[in-house]
Design a protein around this ligand. Structure first.
Ligand SMILES: *Cc1c(COP(=O)(O)O)cnc(C)c1O
Length: 217
């Protein structure tokens, strides 16, 4: 199967209300163009410099998703064009995104990354911490940044019951947040290895890399 066939297969198989983000990190622009020509418009990267180089070279109707950990001093490079920042984990970072969005005359959509995995190598914050941020007066003053939902990564394991437990937990947090806050619409969970479990648990945005572009080196 080539990239184009892989995209078409996802277009056929994924329920309509589930958004596919093609994670193109480390892959060349020609690979992205092949997916683009098959109709894919949302792409995700985890390094700002790499994403910006690709944004410069590729069609401007591509929506670029930053799925990696973001350092505050790099926000300015993606602020002119980024569509959604998936892994926000602090009020400080939200403030920086707000500031750079304002400079660019736009509003930037974000997700808060909730830590659901048992491994402690993963980024993210607790649901309690996320509520603290969203309830703070400081956050409410940030007009140019919108928190549109939550993102999470499950433990990297073959134990499907464990993965399901973690995704189910995030889904229940999301449900609670939807009732408390406006704008909560996106639940970004599921990668190549676990997206079917994520969808069964209620994900509406999946981030697929290797199942589209092949293994990364
Ligand atoms: C790399 C990456 C993905 C895609 O991983 P695959 O296993 O190749 O599908 C998804 N989400 C994040 C945050 C990533 O860094």
């Amino acid at each position: 199967m080539n990239i184009s066939d892989n995209i078409k297969k996802f277009q056929e198989d994924l329920p309509e209300d589930i958004k596919l983000i093609a994670i193109s990190k480390t892959k060349p622009v020609d690979d992205i163009l092949e997916a683009y020509e098959a109709g894919q418009r949302d792409f995700g990267e985890n390094k700002i410099q790499e994403m910006t180089e690709k944004w410069e070279k590729l069609p401007k109707d591509i929506k670029w998703h930053m799925v990696g950990h973001v350092q505050r001093n790099k926000v300015k490079y993606m602020a002119p064009y980024v569509a959604l920042i998936h892994a926000v984990d602090s009020l400080k970072l939200l403030k920086e995104i707000h500031k750079e969005a304002d400079k660019n005359g736009r509003c930037i959509d974000c997700l808060l990354q909730i830590k659901i995995a048992e491994e402690d190598t993963k980024y993210g914050i607790s649901a309690e911490k996320a509520k603290e941020i969203l309830d703070s007066d400081e956050f409410k003053k940030l007009d140019y940044v919108k928190v549109k939902g939550l993102m999470g990564m499950a433990t990297f394991t073959d134990d499907e019951a464990q993965v399901k437990k973690e995704f189910d937990h995030l889904k229940s947090v999301f449900k609670d947040f939807k009732e408390r806050y406006t704008d909560m619409k996106i639940l970004s969970m599921g990668m190549s290895g676990d997206y079917q479990i994520a969808i069964n648990s209620g994900s509406n945005m999946v981030r697929i890399g290797s199942h589209i572009f092949g293994a990364r080196n």
